[in-house]
Design a protein around this ligand. Structure first.
Ligand SMILES: NC(=O)c1ccc[n+]([C@@H]2O[C@H](COP(=O)([O-])OP(=O)(O)OC[C@H]3O[C@@H](n4cnc5c(N)ncnc54)[C@H](O)[C@@H]3O)[C@@H](O)[C@H]2O)c1
Length: 277
């Protein structure tokens, strides 16, 4: 089997941790040259070492994605280093927990800068390079909150709604250039961001169990689950797919109300195999 991303160059933001790091490892294993874009130097260099030790090609680019000039420089450096650019994955994101009336203006601006404006900047600075390829790819990481509201994180929810609508609009405007733009919307995913978020809840031990009970698949997503969907949208396995989103949430959004606390008829059948129904 040939590597799906052989000869491709991928610029991946938020790649020092969590979903971004899993995506960088997977892309490198599939043959891509990978740029680890983040503000966490030590963790970013660690991912680079792992990829290079496994025979892949990667380097770390220190870049605050909410800063246009830094994004421009990071993309220029990537092209200079690897000779082109084919894939942009906008994965960097932050959460701010609080009620809207208690937000300071800079909390709102910071979150929108990292989660949304960053996509504008990456498109603006990457397009001249992406446009040189017959086919190129942008994958933006949204969330289940691109589709529904969520308590105590109003700016995050608004930002993830914007990620989806921005993706749809870019898909229309750049399809003629061969650029496909799609969105991946993770559900509850076991990453440092999730753990940090859970620490702000009154009962950090119990909250993950409660949340996962709402997931029909009975588990949190793993960063790899999300990375594999990002890979699908970053190669010709998804030829023909643009301007849409794929939700990777273990079934979380499929039901309005759901508590899987051992009441599945399937589980009942398994626990009493001899009984007639
Ligand atoms: N973990 C979840 O449950 C979950 C659910 C839905 C969506 N998401 C989304 O997935 C994406 C990745 O989240 P994660 O859970 O892996 O988070 P994470 O916190 O584990 O990783 C995020 C990475 O983004 C980097 N980052 C933050 N601000 C940055 C900036 N200004 N410039 C460059 N890099 C920056 C961080 O340093 C970190 O390496 C985010 O967009 C997040 O909103 C996560």
């Amino acid at each position: 089997m040939t590597a799906r991303l052989a000869g491709r160059v991928a610029w991946i933001s938020g790649a020092a941790l969590g979903i971004g790091a899993a995506t960088a490892r997977l892309f490198a294993a599939e043959g891509a040259s990978v740029v680890i874009v983040d503000i966490r130097g030590a963790e970013g260099e660690q991912i680079v070492s792992e990829i290079n030790a496994a025979g892949g090609q990667a380097f770390y680019s220190s870049c605050d994605v909410s800063n246009s000039e830094q994004v421009r420089e990071s993309i220029a450096l990537s092209v200079a280093q690897f000779g082109g650019l084919h894939i942009v994955v906008n994965c960097a994101g932050i959460v701010h927990v609080g009620l809207l009336h208690e937000y300071a203006e800079h909390d709102w601006d910071r979150l929108m800068g990292v989660n949304v404006k960053s996509i504008f900047f990456s498109l603006k600075h990457a397009l001249p390079h992406l446009g040189r390829n017959a086919r190129s790819y942008m994958v933006n990481v949204g969330s289940i909150s691109s589709h529904v509201g969520q308590r105590a994180t109003p700016a995050y929810t608004a930002s993830k709604g914007a990620v989806l609508s921005l993706t749809q609009s870019m898909a229309l405007d750049y399809a003629a250039l061969g650029l496909r733009c799609n969105c991946v919307c993770p559900g509850i995913t076991d990453t440092p961001m999730l753990r940090e978020h859970l620490d702000t809840t009154p009962n950090p031990e119990e909250t993950p169990r409660q949340r996962v009970r709402r997931v029909p698949m009975h588990r949190a997503m793993q960063p790899d689950d999300i990375a594999r969907t990002i890979l699908y949208l970053s190669c010709e396995d998804s030829a023909g797919v643009t301007g849409t989103s794929i939700v990777v949430d273990g079934g979380y959004l499929a039901a309005a109300e759901w508590d899987t606390a051992d009441d599945s008829p399937l589980l009942r059948d398994q626990s009493s195999p001899g009984e007639e129904s």
